[in-house]
Write a new protein. Structure first.
Length: 364
């Protein structure tokens, strides 16, 4: 443990006495549990995306933080949100689905693995109601079972109106900015509330194109700047192409997730994954892609070979998941091998000649 400065100790003690009932001064040497500590993560259903977000094994999005999932239409935002709800339930937590799009499918949620019988489904139309619901949930959790994990998915922020919008005429000015104002006020309050609880708050949002932008990022999101500011992690999804069978039936799609903002690990990393409409993310299929990329397995035609404990294990891609589910030691070995290749490690020393500037997305 680092040696503390005497004056800093005195200041911390004095400030904590002054703000009675609310500790405000901490030391980050591990001796204090601070509001910025992340003790728990929720998997996205894709180990490759989890690693890109948290840069650690068995990670994912952070509990006690806000996460935004954005993208164009049909990029898999709701599907990724549903996976977070399913993973929450696997950890014994409570899944809350706040729907503003009126388009939830029971069959879709069940295919992802969500237990719809224990999931709390809420339908609302306005931004004000969304945040009132979130605040009520936080208050009730404090009163009842504070240690219970809860994930709240708001799908989506883009589809929610404000009360001013609902009552205003379309040809009147003023209502267009009301959404950003309401969200800005609410986010300041909600961020502090969930930071003290075992709650993961997730918003899906839609990308909108900025008109007339020739340089920098041409995309923005609905609802102003408050959510991008308060979110610890922002995930941007892009549909990279359709998955079709031999009869040309569309079964799913390839998705690229870019971590455009990240307070849990290095930002601006990408993670690709495949998703099927009838079962969601193909996690172990993405393992195979990473194993091929980093030479963890050998590929010959349709066959893969992994050397484990001095023995060559051969299989085809369609059998890979079954093999892993029957062999925990092999699964752990391959997961650790992938982590060793994917997790970024901070370099001891790097010079200016070792890097280059990419100003493609630089702001004007």
């Amino acid at each position: 443990m680092a040696i503390r400065d005497d004056l800093a100790e005195i200041l911390a003690g004095d400030l904590n006495k002054k703000f009675k009932g609310s500790k405000v001064a901490y030391f980050l040497d591990g001796s204090d549990q601070t509001p910025t500590d992340v003790d728990d993560f929720i998997s996205t259903g894709s180990d490759m995306l989890d690693l890109a977000i948290s840069n650690r094994p068995n990670g994912g999005i952070a509990v006690g933080r806000i996460t935004e999932i954005n993208g164009l239409e049909s990029s898999g935002k709701s599907l990724l949100g549903a996976h977070l709800l399913a993973e929450t339930q696997k950890k014994g937590g409570v899944a809350v689905y706040i729907d503003t799009e009126t388009s939830v499918s029971r069959e879709f949620l069940q295919a992802i693995g969500v237990d719809i019988g224990s999931m709390l489904y809420l339908h609302t139309e306005t931004v004000e109601d969304i945040f009132e619901i979130i605040e009520s949930i936080v208050v009730k959790i404090r009163e009842s079972n504070k240690d219970r994990l809860v994930t709240i998915l708001v799908d989506s922020l883009a589809a929610a109106s404000t009360k001013v919008e609902m009552e205003a005429d379309y040809d009147k000015d003023g209502w267009a900015t009301s959404k950003a104002i309401v969200i800005s006020k609410a986010m300041r309050k909600i961020t502090q509330m969930i930071g003290r609880e075992k709650i993961a708050l997730v918003f899906t949002n839609q990308l909108r194109q900025k008109l007339g932008v020739m340089f920098g990022d041409p995309w923005t999101t609905s609802g102003g700047k408050a959510l991008p500011f308060h979110a610890s992690t922002r995930i941007r999804l892009k549909n990279m192409g359709q998955l079709k069978d031999k009869k040309n039936n569309v079964l799913g799609m390839k998705v690229r997730a870019q971590i455009v903002k990240n307070r849990l690990g290095p930002p601006l990393r990408n993670a690709d994954y495949t998703m099927y409409f009838d079962r969601g993310i193909d996690n172990y299929g993405n393992w195979l892609e990473k194993m091929k990329e980093h030479g963890i397995c050998k590929v010959g035609g349709a066959w893969y070979t992994v050397n484990f404990n001095g023995e060559d294990i051969k299989f085809q891609s369609k059998d890979f998941e079954d093999i892993l589910l029957k062999n925990d030691e092999l699964k752990e070995y391959l997961y650790n091998a992938i982590c060793e290749k994917v997790i970024l490690k901070y370099q001891d020393k790097i010079g200016i000649d070792d890097v280059e500037v990419d100003d493609t997305d630089a702001e004007e």
